[in-house]
Design a protein around this ligand. Structure first.
Ligand code: ZN
Ligand code: ZN
Length: 962
């Protein structure tokens, strides 16, 4: 190991390896508002082209793949056919029609007035069909109405003067609320201009790909015409937002001062100009108006870079005059829309990527650095220190789609000879896949996958969110991790004939399929920063995914602190509704009541920076796994804490015991929603509810039925593929149960408009602490193992909120115990008295005898002949140091050390005085009252983060007493 000592989180630092020294990234983002760049004519001639996304090696690899593999031959053939047809269509007349002189609007932000008249749901973006065969027509996919339409005339006209007159027209009827814009007006003509530009851009991509695979001159000649047409029109395209406000001034000035324009912008009535474009950079652009100019710029720069040295009929394709026009008026001009944006978000990262590519192509190292700093900020700051997403899995995929081209383009990058950067050393032979925290990001993308290789739809993610084939291609090509290759083989086939072929043909080693791969395997995991605890089931961890979410509230998060999500055998059991994108009803998915948790007094949970969240326990040892977390999601509640245990008797028999403790407020509703409406209730008689509607109004439920829930009851769902899901309650004194129909729509395109799900609500009121106990089992129908669930009486220190539960199965009984502090407790079980002092315990009974047991965070457990003891309930001490490198990470600790080896599946909790974080202990070495705990290896774990004190909560397990 060649680890440089690092005394704070490795992810906040750039790791120094070999000769590579990276410049220091200014964390003060506002400094970059001043960012400006100069175009230097002729500098591109000193660059070895192609220099952006594809390099000469990639083109060569594609040829080798074409020779070696049928899939590559086929792919190249199709790409060439598409490119040839694109080239045939490029004529001056077509370019005049499809490459508009007038600034394009945007394909979004166009609500349909006909849908509104027909009483259909109106999405602020509309849902449009446009075809290159009828480029001056737009059809609503929802109601079928064709625009332009004399019933909905664009009677409002704005006239711009800068650089020559341009007219923008808008629908003159009643306005729409378009997201944050109260008085919005669609422009169907502006929308169609954007569709046209998109289409020409897509044809340019086709030509670029065809040329990369063939160097066919006629394709380059057609691409040149498109580039020149864009270089003609682009300088006059005004900076505008998709909402329809246009900055009638020099676009470079408008881009630089988007929130403080030197002159009033053009807006349609009744809005008044305020010298800002609505939502600033977030929705601004020139080729479109959605804050993502990069798509256009990247397509253009990739084409130009790749064809830089192309010839046509024996002469260079581009004249000096062409070069000046394309470089200055299109590429550099496009970058000038992007570099003033000081923000770092999922859109602006892509903007930086575009700037970087322009910088690489035009030989401008300052622009390269601006783009590269976006990569560093993203990987170090947008992603959490543990490599996981700061927003949601869906947004992580989106963010990576903005930065991966930076990593690819920067592989092997060195600053031009003689270049002396202003703020730091030169960059030499960079490898972003290893010299940054990028490896941890990909590791987290892997470790948050479900067994079906999709992400849980937690926060703003869809139930279809997954790791793209392209991402997997990048992982397999750039890391020598056999699990990543196994992932690729699963999506691309064992012979690697599928996958993301457009990337694979250039990136994939023709011999890759022969390299050894392992199987895909997922471990139980908790993340120190993401604060999810995940228990898996199945031999390779692919059958089940149980997630307790104690994450802090961040961007694109939901009011979901301590939500429990449970997926098993390809079914969502305790589901999360996911994301409705920009749908006007999206609050029904992010509200507290959309989640499986406790709602206090019908209120929303606390939001950003307020709810905290930390794990107290994470102990994943078969057959009994337990995790526990708490948060301040309700600031007035002194206890908001969830303990989740998973028992796994093998042979697919596993279930979950959930204990939710709450103290605070008047009314506490334990809430979960089932997977569908095919359910039966047993053990209680529900009657229509005629009570005070206001008390459940927050959940917006219909057809509510109710029953007292003091005795044991269950609710069972039938699922596809002969599977079932059952939720049990052992009954709670004073509990009132409500079941009603609540929000179930999950598709922003409204294909499931009106869908409902049953919401199950268990209510306790009063001043006493509430403890809700549930058992959840997913199984093959008819093979359910749980027969009954009952609460057991516990005598002891009631301040620790102790609970004990018996779960009866065929031939065996599981007894569970849980408390928030270890003090002596006595439990009356069906096999006699259990005496226990600990935080969590489990005992299996057969024939009235305790046969196996586990004790966690305690010193003693005794029932019948089963006796477990531990010398210490919790080990604690001081953190004395930490260090990390790409392949290793260690904590150095002192204090009351646990015996060695205590490593397997143990969790190290590290507290910095503000936040308690959980790390897996991979191995431990102890000497003279000090120990080194390894928390990161080449394939597992995380960089250590700063901490003052540590805790290890030991466990003891005893199998098969006879
Ligand atoms: Zn419509
Ligand atoms: Zn959610």
């Amino acid at each position: 190991m060649n680890a440089a000592p690092i005394f704070r989180g490795g992810c906040k630092l750039t790791l120094l390896r070999g000769l590579i020294i990276l410049f220091v990234v200014a964390l003060n983002m506002s400094a970059e508002c001043e960012e400006t760049h100069e175009y230097v004519p002729g500098a591109s001639a000193r660059v070895r082209h192609p220099a952006t996304t594809l390099k000469a090696e990639d083109l060569d690899r594609a040829q080798r793949n074409i020779i070696a593999h049928a899939w590559a031959k086929e792919y190249a053939k199709n790409a060439m056919t598409t490119a040839a047809s694109a080239a045939a269509g490029v004529t001056p007349e077509w370019l005049r029609q499809m490459g508009p002189e007038t600034t394009p609007g945007d394909t979004l932000f166009t609500p349909c007035p006909a849908c509104r008249d027909q009483g259909k749901p109106v999405h602020p973006h509309g849902l449009w069909q446009w075809s290159p065969d009828k480029p001056d027509q737009l059809q609503c996919k929802s109601c079928g109405t064709i625009f332009p339409n004399e019933r909905y005339p664009e009677s409002i006209v704005l006239t711009a003067k800068w650089g020559g007159e341009q007219k923008f027209t808008f629908y003159g009827g009643p306005t729409f609320v378009i997201f944050s814009l109260r008085e919005g007006r669609p422009s169907f003509t502006g929308n169609m201009r954007a569709y046209k530009v998109n289409y020409v851009q897509s044809r340019l991509s086709n030509l670029t790909l065809g040329y990369a695979l063939s160097k066919e001159e006629s394709l380059a000649a057609a691409a040149r015409l498109i580039l020149l047409r864009f270089a003609d029109t682009y300088p006059r395209w005004l900076v505008h937002s998709g909402y329809g406000d246009y900055a009638d001034m020099d676009p470079k000035i408008a881009a630089a001062q988007i929130n403080n324009l030197p002159e009033p912008e053009l807006v349609y009535p009744p809005n008044q100009p305020d010298r800002k474009l609505h939502t600033g950079y977030w929705s601004a652009g020139r080729a479109r108006g959605v804050g993502m100019e990069q798509g256009f710029v990247v397509t253009c720069v990739e084409a130009y870079d790749l064809m830089y040295d192309a010839t046509f009929e024996g002469k260079p394709l581009f004249s000096d005059q062409d070069r000046l026009k394309i470089e200055r008026d299109l590429l550099f001009e496009g970058a000038s829309m992007l570099w003033p944006d000081p923000n770092l978000n999922n859109k602006s990262v892509g903007g930086r990527m575009a700037c970087l590519l322009v910088g690489l192509c035009l030989g401008n190292p300052e622009l390269v650095r601006f783009g590269w700093s976006g990569f560093e900020h993203t990987v170090n700051d947008w992603f959490l220190d543990d490599g996981a997403t700061s927003e949601s899995p869906g947004y992580a995929s989106m963010t990576l789609s903005g930065v991966w081209p930076i990593a690819e383009a920067m592989k092997g990058y060195s600053d031009p000879p003689g270049y002396l950067p202003k703020g730091g050393p030169r960059i030499h032979n960079l490898n972003p896949y290893h010299d940054t925290c990028y490896p941890l990001v990909w590791r987290a993308m892997y470790n948050t996958l479900q067994g079906d290789l999709k992400y849980p739809p937690i926060e703003d993610s869809y139930s279809s969110s997954s790791l793209s084939a392209l991402s997997i291609e990048l992982m397999a090509a750039n890391y020598d991790d056999p699990r990543y290759l196994a992932l690729l083989k699963e999506v691309a086939g064992a012979d690697l004939s599928g996958g993301s072929l457009s990337k694979a043909i250039f990136l994939r080693d023709p011999e890759l399929a022969k390299r050894p791969s392992s199987s895909i395997h997922f471990e139980d995991v908790t993340f120190p920063e993401l604060r999810w605890g995940v228990f898996r089931t199945g031999a390779h961890g692919r059958d089940g995914f149980l997630c307790l979410n104690a994450d802090e509230f961040r961007g694109h998060h939901h009011y979901d602190s301590l939500d429990l999500y449970y997926w098993r055998d390809n079914q969502e059991l305790l589901s999360d509704l996911g994301y409705l994108w920009d749908h006007p009803d999206k609050r029904y998915l992010y509200r507290t009541a959309a989640h499986n948790l406790v709602v206090i007094d019908g209120k929303e949970q606390a939001g950003r920076g307020q709810r905290g969240g930390q794990f107290h326990l994470f102990s994943p040892v078969l057959p009994f796994k337990v995790m526990e977390a708490s948060s301040r999601a309700y600031p007035d509640a002194s206890v908001y804490r969830r303990t989740v245990m998973q028992i796994d008797h093998g042979d697919k028999h596993s279930y979950v015991l959930d204990v939710f403790r709450v103290l605070g407020g008047e009314q506490r509703d334990y809430l979960f929603h089932g997977p569908n409406n095919e359910y039966r209730v047993g053990g209680m008689g529900l009657a229509p509810w005629a009570g005070d509607a206001a008390s459940i109004g927050y959940a917006a439920l219909k057809n509510v039925r109710t029953a007292t829930g003091s005795a044991p009851w269950k609710i069972s769902w039938e699922l596809p593929d002969q599977r079932s899901f059952t939720a049990w309650s052992p009954g709670g004194v004073g509990e009132q149960v409500f079941i009603g129909e609540g929000w179930g729509q999950r598709d922003w395109k409204n294909s499931d408009r009106g869908a409902t799900l049953p919401y199950v609500m268990r209510r306790l009121t009063g001043d006493e602490p509430s403890v809700f106990i549930s058992v959840f089992e997913g199984s093959k129908s008819g093979e359910e193992c749980v027969r009954s669930v009952r609460s057991l009486k516990v005598a002891g220190d009631l301040a620790t909120l102790p609970v004990a539960v018996e779960v009866q199965q065929d031939g065996l009984v599981d007894v569970f115990f849980s408390a928030v502090g270890a003090s002596p407790a006595l439990v009356e079980t069906s096999a006699g008295r259990l005496a226990v002092k600990g935080l969590a315990a489990h005992v299996t009974l057969r024939d009235g005898q305790a046969v196996t047991g586990s004790l966690i965070g305690g010193t003693s457990l005794k029932i019948g002949r089963l006796e477990l003891t531990l010398p210490v309930a919790v080990y604690r001490g001081a953190v004395t140091g930490q260090r990390a490198s790409e392949h290793d990470g260690y904590y150095e600790i002192a204090g009351n050390l646990p015996p060695v080896p205590e490593g397997a599946h143990q969790t190290l909790f590290v507290d910095d005085g503000k936040q308690r974080r959980a790390f897996p202990i991979l191995s431990m070495e102890a000497k003279n009252g000090r120990a080194t705990l390894r928390v990161k290896s080449a394939t597992e774990g995380f960089d250590p983060l700063p901490g003052k004190s540590w805790e290890i909560i030991p466990r003891i397990d005893k199998r098969a007493i006879r």
